[in-house]
Design a protein. Structure first.
Length: 616
């Protein structure tokens, strides 16, 4: 009898696996703004190299598609080439014997449909229509364009105040973003090609914890222009616009509906993530520029309100920066029962220091985003006996940050994934008694690459509860603006990418009221863009500069090194209070993390700064 052996990877297989991982790292760390045609050719070549070569569609067809793509990039193609590519790719998709040929052809077809104008531009102009204005990946991925390598280098040299100054050039909320930003800048950090991304948010936190925002002086203002700008909304977007307008010499006047400034930073994020005293540090620095504030002022048509028309007559420009404070309904039976509350309502009451009493209650949170996780972890701290999360997709499909989901589970929350709430049960008095959920099975992949859940062939399940918190999205109050002539589309203000409108001169809008609920950094970026466009509208072209000297590059080799993650208080203790849960780095940890930065602003991209911070 022949002997059998356990199959183990040989050296060649292990090497191939490492090459695959290296390829994945390079793709993950690729900078945004790459030419889509060139990128498509690269992927097509990878697919062609993986074919077995047995069938003609893969062996010959993919090669011919690659040659046609090369002709497009080398300015040898005509518009007829695109028609030939379309027919060839369709033929391959219909006749390929394996998924490699089919998927490669479908990818080409998607490109010909999704960015055909880029193909045409190559053919007609002999170059790519894409211009990479900021090739440093982390800076390009930051909506506000903050100089990430610059402030990381400053933190590494313990120049914390200079780091805050540099951050504030593009983001007047350094503390807020250091504590709660979703850090999109880390998504394509090129350190991923070696090990894992630099802890960019952690480095920012190191800066603001050692140089509080309200202790670092703001830049000197430009001479007064005599212009006045009204800003509707005192959240991160509105205050960011006000800050930059004041630095430009225009007087910014903020109208805020609530008693205090901060918007969702104050009324939507629990204290354990972002203490209010830290928010006040950023706001105090912003107000030090001379911003005028009127709180408890609502823009509308009621007797005590101020109208948009009056603001337009009184000011040289108006910026609409209202947040998404209106809760959305699920549209299921029993949603109006006593005990059903919205996430907006719950978090607002906590922000106003009037939290609900969940002592001994069984609470179900519906949703899978960061807001749902805030509600979940807050419910635990408010004394709930049991807290569950009902979500119709899988845990890996949740839009919340993975660390937020893991934190909620560590603190005792139960996750009911692949369970879609379809009915809320109430007793004779109309009080919530249970949530009925419909089990799901993961199904087809949708257009965005997410697996779509479909109903499973199982019985409905009943989860007893006393409170249901609905965290499935938010909207804005747009009625008054629509009545005043501001274009509204699908519930949000329909502003141009430059923040303005064709219909109404001098009125601008940005942030959640235009995009729908988004991240804090996107609202800040919108405020910054609006300030620049308002400045241009008023007839000026002010430049916000920063003269902080960026440290020279450290020429030591960048050896593989693990990432420093921020520590948190023990789950068993932190779940009992609303005290801050995250701890900052030590100087040793910050120095090591700063040393991991590859300084892409100097290596591989050219010296974009010339030794000094860039301007916008």
């Amino acid at each position: 009898m022949s002997r059998l052996r356990i199959s183990t990877p040989n050296q060649a297989q292990l090497t191939v696996e490492r090459l695959y991982k290296d390829l994945e790292r390079h793709i993950v760390a690729s900078p945004p703004g790459l030419c889509p045609v060139d990128l498509q050719l690269s992927f097509l070549r990878v697919c062609h190299a993986q074919t077995c070569g047995k069938c003609v569609p893969c062996r010959v067809g993919l090669l011919q598609l690659s040659k046609m793509l090369e002709d497009v990039l080398e300015n040898r193609a005509t518009l007829a080439t695109l028609d030939l590519m379309l027919r060839t790719a369709s033929s391959i998709a219909d006749s390929a014997d394996c998924a490699i040929g089919y998927e490669a052809a479908v990818m080409v077809l998607a490109g010909l449909k999704g960015f055909r104008e880029d193909y045409v531009y190559h053919i007609e102009h002999g170059k790519c229509s894409y211009g990479i204005t900021q090739p440093v990946p982390c800076v390009a991925l930051c909506p506000a364009g903050v100089d990430v390598p610059g402030y990381i280098a400053l933190v590494g040299e313990k120049r914390y105040a200079d780091a805050v100054t540099l951050i504030r050039k593009d983001n007047p909320f350094p503390t807020a973003c250091a504590l709660i930003c979703e850090h999109p800048c880390e998504a394509r950090c090129r350190r991923n090609m070696i090990d894992s991304s630099v802890n960019i948010r952690g480095m920012k936190r190191m800066a603001v914890d050692n140089a509080r925002a309200n202790t670092v002086p703001v830049p000197e203002k430009a001479p007064s222009t005599g212009k006045k700008v009204a800003i509707i909304g005192g959240g991160p977007g509105g205050l960011s616009a006000a800050y930059y307008l004041e630095l430009m010499g225009h007087h910014a006047v903020v109208y805020e509906e609530k008693e205090k400034l901060g918007g969702m930073l104050r009324y939507g994020i629990p204290n354990y993530r972002f203490p209010r005293v830290r928010l006040d540090e950023d706001i105090e620095a912003i107000l030090s520029t001379g911003v005028e504030v009127h709180t408890e002022k609502k823009v509308g048509k009621k007797e005590d309100d101020i109208s948009l028309d009056k603001l337009r007559k009184r000011y040289d420009a108006v910026y609409i920066a209202i947040g998404a404070h209106v809760d959305k309904k699920m549209g299921i039976e029993g949603e109006d029962s006593e005990g059903v509350i919205s996430a907006v309502e719950m978090l607002r009451s906590i922000g106003e220091n009037n939290p609900p009493d969940f002592t001994g209650k069984r609470v179900i949170i519906v949703g899978g985003g960061n807001v749902a996780m805030d509600c979940t972890r807050s419910a635990i701290r408010l004394g709930a006996a049991q807290v569950g999360i009902a979500y119709r997709r899988r845990q890996e499909d949740m839009t919340a940050l993975p660390e937020e989901v893991e934190g909620a589970i560590a603190e005792g929350a139960e996750l009911y994934s692949l369970n879609a709430p379809i009915k809320i049960e109430a007793d004779a008095e109309g009080k919530v008694t249970a949530v009925w959920i419909e089990p799901q099975i993961i199904g087809p992949i949708d257009a965005w690459g997410r697996a779509r859940p479909v109903r499973a062939d199982r019985e409905l399940e009943r989860i007893p509860c006393d409170i249901v918190v609905v965290a499935v999205g938010q909207g804005i109050e747009s009625h008054h603006f629509q009545e005043s002539g501001v274009p509204v589309k699908r519930g949000v203000i329909d502003a141009l990418s430059e923040s303005g409108f064709h219909e109404i001169a001098g009125v601008f809008a940005g942030g959640d009221c235009v995009t729908g609920p988004a991240t804090v950094i996107r609202a800040i970026a919108a405020g910054k863009v609006a300030a620049a466009n308002i400045d241009e509208y008023l007839g000026y072209h002010h430049i916000i500069s920063c003269d902080v000297e960026i440290p020279q590059v450290n020429y030591e080799d960048k050896e593989p090194c693990g990432r420093i993650n921020l520590r948190e208080r023990e789950a068993g203790k932190r779940k009992n209070d609303f005290d801050e849960i995250e701890c900052t780095m030590t100087e040793q940890e910050a120095a090591q993390e700063a040393g991991r930065c590859l300084r892409c602003d100097h290596y591989g991209y050219g010296n974009l700064k010339g030794g000094r911070a860039a301007i916008w």
